[in-house]
Design a protein around this ligand. Structure first.
Ligand code: GLA
Length: 676
């Protein structure tokens, strides 16, 4: 039953001709009298095509909550409306022919937690028309009655009120348009052309990659000098420790890491178009990953379809696409390379371990040492995955009670990185009487120690979704990076929120210790919920640029997780801008500081080792915006030389403030050096 109290006040009366006559002359009177009179009518929001609604969880439902139940806000029931979930965006084309939008909004009673809190907002042709403020569970529905006359594009937005989207069931109850012209149409957000911003690399050599590199003395050393430019190319190095050798034709350095100490090396590259130089400091000691790790991980492209062949293909493409020339290095296998007790694919079912307890890869991985050798031959590194629990998240064999054996196995197979994913370890932790924090740390202390005992460098990526504030202790247990949150694949429409949350932990980040907000998911990726085949990602071109910009400014590990076999030019362009990657790989290792600017705009400011600053200006709103930051906000003084990093273009000297037109859900990134 509809008990909406203010329904009676809504303006549903037919329009009369009389109102239109007052200010018109006799001619107009005649003309108007000949026009058919249209009565204003109600168009329920729920009658529009709700497949256009983009939201953080589930699907928008007509006349029901997001979970399919009757709509109810603080005990008040509603027959009509749209049940959605934060963060939600719904674009409606009104074409100027609607008069009013009316609704009653609130958090649905069906949510199971008091943590539910949302904001509702209406934006019309780039202007905010109405905002609810923060609304929580149990709060009575707020009436909305907004004039939308003349508005062409209306956007209905539900935000997470800044505390994440969990439990945020939101209702546009009794929502309707009062319309006297054409019926409103639900549409997708405006299409954007995939504009390539970065000029193609020139034919002359340009050496990229980190300026500083950590390794452990006496361990195997492998480094492919990331260099753009036409081949053939010849490389040389000054100051290379005697235990290392550089292949001049491939630019790959191999050998044994030197004794503890710092070694200043200069790499040189030459081809028929010119030459280039770059510093490379080798620090032989205890700390690995002195700059954020970069590579590819199979998860969001291939899920439980991963094979040896696909991993080899990724290694091939990392080189052929130019990704390795800007610094991508690790080719990483995620879950599902082991056997499971049960799986739809018979080739992934078999004994989990041999008679000695050694882990057995499934039949899609016939020869792990051959696979890592294939990757290493290209100068790249290999990554693998397991869980401290008995089973991985995908239900495959985990390392529980075989940790030492598995760590040794990964080392002999030749892996250079391990992602250690909590998954079923919860079952073990549950029975453990120790305090919570001790339980969170325990499996990682064990594996961190074991990896340090191996005769090769194996970088440890902790994956436990941020439990126990992992950023405070991830480095102490032997990790080089740690996921700060759950799977980003489920939250691709929230990259700004996820980034802002990740950046809150900036003080804990330093060289060798990185906050990991999860992988770059652009180009072709499979929908994370359905673990589907790779398809074009749901992000707009501007969102993809913003994604990469945020990750570079935060000095996050840069792992692409999309289909390498079908990389297109646009995706390569977003992944491979060497000036953005230089920001990511800067030796200071700083995560940018966030500077709020407007309600939906902010800056990120990252100090660079050379005294410059990398600055991102971001626009989270549904419409293009001019975003301006002053020198005071950015921590700058005097004249600055400004360079647009995506376009690799000098913008001249500026003082006082910098502003840019930033597209919907987009960002611009500049670097500023004290000038002139
Ligand atoms: C978890 C992790 C993901 C991925 C899957 C594999 O969800 O967070 O990154 O490794 O497991 O099952």
């Amino acid at each position: 039953m509809n008990t909406n109290a203010f329904r009676s006040s809504w303006n549903c009366r037919p329009r009369t001709v009389v109102r239109g006559l007052r200010a018109t002359g006799a001619l107009a009177l005649v003309a108007l009298a000949l026009l058919p009179v249209r009565a204003a009518e109600n168009v329920w929001l729920g009658s529009l095509d709700l497949s256009h609604v983009r939201q953080g969880w589930g699907q928008a439902q007509a006349d029901k909550t997001v979970t399919g139940k009757p709509l109810s806000i603080a005990g008040q029931k509603f027959e009509h409306g749209v049940g959605t979930h934060a963060s939600s965006t719904f674009w409606v084309e009104l074409g100027g022919s609607a008069d009013r939008f009316q609704a009653a909004v609130g958090v649905d009673d069906g949510t199971t937690s008091d943590k539910a809190s949302v904001t509702f907002k209406l934006a019309g042709d780039g202007r905010t028309l109405w905002e609810s403020g923060v609304m929580r569970r149990g709060q009575p529905a707020k009436p909305v009655d907004v004039e939308v006359k003349g508005i062409k594009s209306l956007v209905l937005l539900v935000g997470d009120a800044g505390d994440g989207t969990d439990f945020d069931h939101a209702d546009w109850a009794d929502a309707r348009f009062i319309v006297s012209g054409a019926k409103p149409q639900a549409v997708s957000a405006p299409a954007e052309p995939a504009v390539i911003l970065t000029p193609k690399p020139g034919p002359a050599p340009r050496i990229n990659g980190p300026l500083i590199y950590g390794c452990r003395p006496g361990h195997p050393f492998l480094y492919r000098i990331p260099t753009q430019g036409e081949r053939p190319m010849m490389w040389s190095a000054d100051g290379l420790p005697a235990t290392l050798k550089l292949d001049p034709a491939s630019g790959i350095v191999t050998g044994t890491a030197p004794d503890r100490g710092e070694y200043e090396v200069v790499f040189n590259a030459r081809n028929r178009h010119g030459s280039a130089k770059r510093m490379f400091k080798i620090v032989a000691g205890d700390t690995l990953a002195l700059t954020p790790t970069m590579g590819w991980n199979h998860w969001y492209a291939h899920y439980d379809r991963i094979t040896d062949k696909l991993v080899r293909e990724a290694a091939d493409v990392m080189v052929s696409s130019g990704m390795a020339d800007v610094g991508y290095q690790y080719v990483s296998i995620d879950d599902c390379w082991m056997n499971a007790e049960k799986n739809a694919d018979p080739l992934r079912v078999g004994p989990l371990r041999d008679a000695q307890g050694n882990i057995i890869p499934n039949r899609h991985f016939p020869d792990m040492p051959a696979l890592t050798a294939y990757i290493h031959a290209k100068g790249l590194k290999a990554g693998i995955y397991t869980s401290p629990g008995p089973r991985t998240c995908g239900g495959f064999a985990g390392a529980w009670q075989h940790e030492a054996q598995d760590a040794a196995r990964f080392a002999t197979w030749g892996f250079d990185l391990l992602k250690y994913d909590w998954c079923s370890y919860g079952e073990i932790a549950e029975k453990d009487p120790d305090p919570e924090l001790v339980k969170f740390k325990k499996p990682y202390i064990l594996m961190g120690g074991l990896l340090q005992q191996q005769p090769r460098d194996i970088v440890l990526n902790l994956c436990q979704y941020g439990m126990g504030e992992v950023w405070k202790w991830g480095a102490e247990v032997g990790g080089q990076s740690w996921r700060t949150a759950g799977d980003l694949g489920f939250e691709l429409n929230r990259i700004f929120e996820v980034a802002l949350k990740n950046a809150e932990h900036r003080d804990w980040q330093k060289p060798g210790a990185w906050n990991d907000p999860d992988y770059i998911q652009i180009g072709l990726i499979g929908n994370a919920r359905g673990m589907g085949e790779p398809m074009p990602c749901p992000l707009t071109p501007s969102e993809q640029y913003a994604f990469m910009s945020l990750w570079c400014l935060m000095a996050s590990p840069l792992f692409y997780s999309g289909d390498m076999g079908r990389l297109d030019e646009f995706t390569i362009n977003v992944l491979c801008n060497p000036e953005l990657i230089e920001v990511n790989q800067d030796p200071l290792g700083q995560c940018a500081r966030v500077v709020p600017l407007g309600a939906e705009t902010f800056a990120m400011v990252k100090d660079m080792a050379d005294g410059s600053k990398a600055i991102g200006l971001f626009n989270r709103s549904e419409f293009p915006a001019k975003v301006t930051a002053t020198w005071v906000q950015l921590g700058l003084k005097g004249s600055q030389r400004v360079r647009d990093l995506w376009r690799e273009k000098e913008l001249g000297n500026m003082s006082g403030e910098y502003g840019a037109d930033v597209p919907r859900h987009g960002g611009v990134v500049v670097r500023m050096w004290p000038g002139p």
